[in-house]
Design a protein around this ligand. Structure first.
Ligand code: HEM
Length: 220
């Protein structure tokens, strides 16, 4: 009977029921989920830093053919075509954002096909509710913010490029561009607040409860 159910699920959905049941029985996330969690977290932190840095750059500035990234003296990037600092950093933000959106889509697919390990039994009822609610909110917001960014670019006059390759031409509709800009920025702030809450939760489990929450999401 069990064999029959596994075979049926594999046939219909392309993934194995055993993966799900085995994962529930283990106490850790899969290696893929852990690597995706870390890469996306790093990417999101970098995108917030880049977003705030670039919005302070002046609209009028001489074009350059090479950029010392963030003026840190660590890495200089040569461009095929000269650009002003504002154009260069906006295009970098868009390119990294599109890459991150693809990673987030893959993570969602992985999450749907690989159920996470059951929460630790030591969690109180309110902790379970808060952690589950925050995780769902994080998934929702990490899709809404980049999608609003893509739509904002689509409705601007500039369109969307991915590391120099044209992806979408700009439609130049100011009303829609302003709407998606508002969504991108204000939902971005909500995402930041949710991330801060999530990290405070993780630190509480590590340093106050001293339980295995952090280990479940670490490769070691
Ligand atoms: C320093 C930063 C971070 C730390 C220390 C951290 C830590 C953790 C830990 C320990 C878990 C596992 C919780 C459990 O076992 O129930 C987790 C899950 C999760 N984290 Fe983070 N996290 C960080 C940043 C982020 C960021 C930036 C995001 C994305 C916006 C994020 C999204 C998630 C989500 C959605 C889950 C739930 C996974 C699932 O069960 O499907 N995390 N995080």
């Amino acid at each position: 009977m069990q064999l029959f159910a596994t075979a049926t699920v594999t046939y219909h959905y392309g993934f194995n029921l055993q993966d799900i049941t085995m994962n529930q029985a283990t106490t850790r996330y899969t290696k893929t989920a852990i690597v995706l969690h870390g890469l996306i977290a790093l990417g999101i932190f970098a995108m917030f830093a880049l977003g705030w840095y670039m919005s302070e750059l002046p609209k009028e500035a001489p074009k350059q053919a090479a950029f010392d990234l963030f003026d840190l003296g660590i890495y200089t990037l040569d461009l095929a075509k000269e650009a002003s600092p504002r154009t260069f950093y906006f295009n970098l933000h868009k390119s990294v954002g599109v890459t991150l959106l693809a990673l987030i889509a893959f993570r969602l697919l992985w999450r749907i096909t690989h159920r996470p390990p059951a929460m630790l039994t030591s969690y109180k009822a309110w902790e379970r509710k808060l952690a589950t609610g925050t995780h769902h909110l994080l998934y929702l917001l990490m899709v809404v913010v980049p999608v609003a960014g893509v739509l904002m670019s689509l409705y601007s006059k500039y369109g969307l490029m991915w590391f120099g390759m044209d992806l979408l031409g700009g439609i130049d509709n100011k009303t829609l561009r302003d709407l998606f800009k508002e969504i991108h920025e204000s939902v971005g702030v909500i995402l930041l607040v949710a991330i801060i809450l999530h990290v405070i939760g993780a630190l509480k489990h590590k340093f106050i409860d001293k339980d295995d929450t952090m280990k479940r999401m670490s490769l070691k």
